[in-house]
Design a protein around this ligand. Sequence first.
Ligand code: HXC
Length: 517
Amino acid sequence: MSTTQEKIAELKEKRAAALLGGGQAKIDKIHAKGKKTARERINQLADPGTFEEYDAFKLHRCHNFGMEKNQFLGDGIVTGICKVNGRSVYIYAQDFSVLAGSLSETLAEKIVKLQDLSMRNGIPIVGLNDSGGARIQEGIEALRGYTDIFTRNVLASGVVPQISGVFGPCAGGAVYSPALTDFVIQVNLQSYMFLTGPKVVKAVLNEDVTVEELGGASMHTTTSGVTDYGAPTEDDAIEYIKGLLSFWPQNNMEDSPVVETADPSSRRSEELNTIIPDNPNAPYDIKDVIRSTVDDGYFLETKEAYAPNVVVGFGRYGGKSVGIVANQPAYYAGVLDINASWKAARFVRFCDCFNIPIITFVDVPGFLPGKEQEFGGVIRSGAKLMFAFAEATVPKITIITRKSYGGAYCVMSSKHLRCDVNFAWPTGEIAVMGAKGAVEVLYARGAKDEADPAAYLAEKQEEYNKQFSNPYRAAERGYIDDVIEPAETRKRIIDALDSLKNKRDDTPMKKHGNIPL
Ligand code: HXC
């Protein structure tokens, strides 16, 4: 019979073995590649000393291919709970030192346990992926394990925030877990995600493509839109995750934490009174408007490199978290296209899930015309955005800074999509279409009979501009609640948020809507 002291010593021994994962040699190999281990990543995310591990002693049960002799405590993943910015977060990190972090039945059970805890206790969950995929020796059990994880990703959606970091390989069906979560962060040049790798692409399509081209962060942040942020380093990826979490509530039943600020609520932004160029077609950067109005100029953008004609991200006004959606006149004149509409729609839905008010800055000439867009289903994409804004019951505030034309007016959180407070700057142009297009339709035929058709059209354009390219027609109808001086935008947003703090709104009872996916 061993003594208590011997038992404690045994525990310590086992714990030390578990901490080493696949062993020092494997850890050294990871470091030699410039990567961090699962535990180092967790320690970086967690507030110091707060990580508590679960299932450190779990072992796989596979007996194929002599696997019973290939055992490592914890079985290729580190899971547990920690504090991030002082609040609880469940975290798991795949441990590449153990069989390349490949997913066994038991490894999946560890993730599933965490997912169930996260939903039950209303605590966000962060997964750091770095894995060779299904554990090949196990086969079908790994497939079940993956699918159990995917199912919980779906069930947890809209209940607790879910973040995926992709720090190494993530291939085949494994990609579905990140894809099902709310935000995906990849580390540049060391991570990749694809359903089928370069070898299969070569075999099936006879095309040569590199891992980086096919699934690197630069592709996913610019082209597929699967990834929200490409981090230059692992440390930066972790900082970004911390930043995201700081803006959100723990679950769908809470509000975001209020973060005290020394930035006065009534601070004027004089620079906004001159930001709109006299030439209506000249660009300006909407991010300047955002940064000059949010608390301390701090705006955390997501999907920055994808469809930059719309800008989305998180900020605070008077300490309260908001999601910001803004057309970007500095990129393609801020036009709405397929990608921009989808990007904004997904962001709006995230905010609505988690009680985060939405501030929308509008300067949009319309939807991008053309065969490519129509063939690609721009109608469906615009409808996604319409659906997302109309469905959202969180406080919604819209500021039209310049153009707001046609369908794009309707879709960009207009009053008629149940927006609560709609402001326009005096530079707002709210009309069914731009003056040039309108005059073409109305007067092109008549202009032919004029002595100087060009001068006639210019005069009509001027007339149209005077009548319609302003915010007052909309204000006369109450579609705009007030026309405000640009410099007072911050104060007006903060006041509006305050007025909406007890907002209650509902949608008709239903199982769920059928968003045009
Ligand atoms: C079991 C694996 C493994 C796997 C790697 N290892 N992948 N063991 N199952 N999937 C083991 C290796 O045998 C090796 O063991 C150790 O992990 C480290 O692997 P290396 O190849 O030495 O590392 P590296 O050179 O860094 O390459 C990493 C890698 C490569 C790119 C991930 O190992 C790789 O391509 N693995 C196979 C990937 C794959 O095809 N997975 C199955 C996909 S199918 P030793 O003992 O030598 O150190 C799939 C279906 C999912 O995932 C469907 C879900 C619905």
